[in-house]
Write a protein that binds this ligand. Structure first.
Ligand code: SAH
Ligand code: SF4
Ligand code: F3S
Length: 467
């Protein structure tokens, strides 16, 4: 292995080479990813770092020299899944004792050395801001020690690292535009696992999008916990700065054939400027993910979201006014501390009022050391949480179906991303509004833009024909 021998490392990676290397002779890395899109992109950064240090990627844990699991702490069940997986790696290690097992990402940051203490299989614990140190830490493990680095950084954005793309189809790719979060939503663990907010140099973002475009990609998704607070200031000239609306425009201008999406927007920060920029460029997709969390202002206060129900509805109305065909999606939490039946009813009524096209819906899960865990009681019974969540899910299914039914008879430009899961004779892609459309393959290929007339739908999918 070449680890630690810096002279053998080639730092001049060819920016065109953005797919993983699979080679027999090199030590092999297997990486599994849980959690959000940010983590998916971080795994691609990790592969880039490891590939520079002589590793190739394998899909099989049986032949891996290193197994890394990139983890999520957002809810307790996300962590439980990882513990289960670590137990399976333990079996693997019995067969091949030299296999290195590493936990990286949010759970590594949250639990630190406790992870190694609790699960001896784990050799390596690396937080989200310490991935550059991975090759050194691996060398440390190879010399018989455990490797741990969970330092958070105020600067790290991995701006100079070209992620190695692990997606199968080469159509859509994530680009992280910022890291961390400066909000302290009382229920949320992210500020503790990812540290403070920092924005990435816009030039490196645009370059990354350009390389993707040159490699045949048709869509980029700009990622941040709160993209609306993106702000980059030139360290040499503090009067020179770029905000999110400007960044969006810079990326959109690369090519009208490159779709641009982004997530996540925060209701307290989403500016009209962003909406006007979206309206101005056809290739910026008409879909906004605007997590509401609750329809009750009392709950929103306790959650420390910094907006009221009325503020939120004002933002929704503004979206409808500036981008009439914009899809709006959301996140909802059921059963946060002290939530009453009345609060819950307000969430239901807000969902009806907005008529979301899609939603992610969760039961509140108390996370250690958050504001809520320290100062509030997780006092809504689990059965009640489940009941409320089920009501929310049932309503959203209806709203999604209603939203899809409105699309029947309309024609959309669809970017083809894959074969349909059910049949290779069908293709599957998405509309600008981020809705999945399935249609007969005909002469089309993955990566094509196709005009599709919607003829039918389910609550999850549009069904159509190319025209
Ligand atoms: N930065 C984004 C979301 C990050 S986490 C934002 O501010 O909206 C994704 C979603 O997980 C959140 O929107 C919230 O709905 C949910 N979530 C976060 N912490 C949670 C918790 N402790 N219990 C249940 N759901 C949670
Ligand atoms: Fe968590 Fe709130 Fe930051 Fe989103 S904005 S990551 S919910 S603290
Ligand atoms: Fe999970 Fe960390 Fe993302 S906690 S949701 S992987 S930022």
């Amino acid at each position: 292995m070449h680890i630690g021998k810096k002279s053998t490392v080639n730092h001049n990676i060819n920016p065109k080479n953005i797919r993983p290397v699979f080679k027999e002779s090199q030590p092999k890395l297997h990486i599994e990813t849980y959690g959000c899109q940010m983590n998916v992109n971080d795994s691609e950064v990790v592969v880039a770092i490891m590939q520079q240090h002589g590793y190739s990627v394998t899909n099989s844990i049986e032949e891996a020299d290193i197994i890394l699991v990139n983890t999520c702490s957002i809810r307790d069940n996300a962590e439980q899944r990882v513990w289960g997986r670590l137990n399976e790696f333990k079996q693997q290690k019995k067969k091949r004792p030299n296999t290195i097992v590493g936990v990286i990402g949010c759970m590594a940051e949250r639990l630190k050395e406790q992870l190694i203490e609790k699960e001896k299989t784990v050799d390596l614990v690396v937080g989200p801001d310490a991935y550059r140190d991975l090759p050194n830490l691996v060398a440390q493990v190879e010399s018989g020690q455990k490797g741990i680095n969970v330092l958070l950084s105020r600067e790290e954005t991995y701006a100079d690292i070209s992620p190695i793309r692990l997606d199968a189809t080469g159509v859509s790719a994530y680009i992280s535009i910022m890291r961390g979060c400066n909000n302290v939503c009382s229920y949320c663990v992210v500020p503790y696992t990812r540290g403070g907010e920092r924005s990435r140099d816009p030039e490196t973002i645009v370059n990354e999008a350009k390389v993707l475009l040159d490699n045949g990609y048709k869509e980029v998704v700009l990622l941040g916990q709160n993209v609306d607070s993106y702000k980059w200031t030139d360290s040499k000239n503090s009067t020179k700065s770029v905000n999110f609306a400007q960044l969006l425009e810079m990326v959109a201008l690369l090519s009208p054939r490159l779709r641009v999406r982004f997530a996540t927007s925060h209701p307290k920060d989403m500016s009209n400027g962003v909406l006007y920029t979206m309206a101005m460029y056809d290739n910026i997709c008409n879909c906004i993910h605007l997590p509401v969390q609750s329809g009750s202002t009392r709950m929103l206060d306790l959650m420390n979201r910094k907006y009221s129900r009325e503020d939120y509805m004002e933002r929704i109305n503004k979206i409808r006014e500036i981008i009439p065909d914009c899809a709006i999606t959301t996140d909802v939490i059921a059963g946060f501390c002290t939530e009453t039946e009345e609060d819950h009813k307000q969430t239901i009524s807000l969902m009806q009022e907005v008529g979301y096209d899609f939603a992610y819906m969760f039961k509140y899960s108390e996370r250690p050391n958050t504001k809520a865990a320290r100062h509030m009681k997780d006092d809504v019974l689990d059965d009640i949480k489940t009941e409320r969540l089920n009501e929310i899910i049932a309503l959203q299914n209806k709203l999604s179906e209603l939203s899809n039914k409105k699309d029947v008879g309309k024609t959309f430009e669809v970017l083809v991303e894959n074969h349909s899961k059910r049949s290779n004779d069908f293709l599957s892609g998405r509309t600008s509004q981020n809705k999945v459309v399935v249609f007969p393959k005909g002469k089309y290929e993955i990566g094509d833009y196709v005009n599709v007339k919607v003829t039918d739908c389910t609550s999850a999918t549009l069904i159509g024909e190319s025209i």
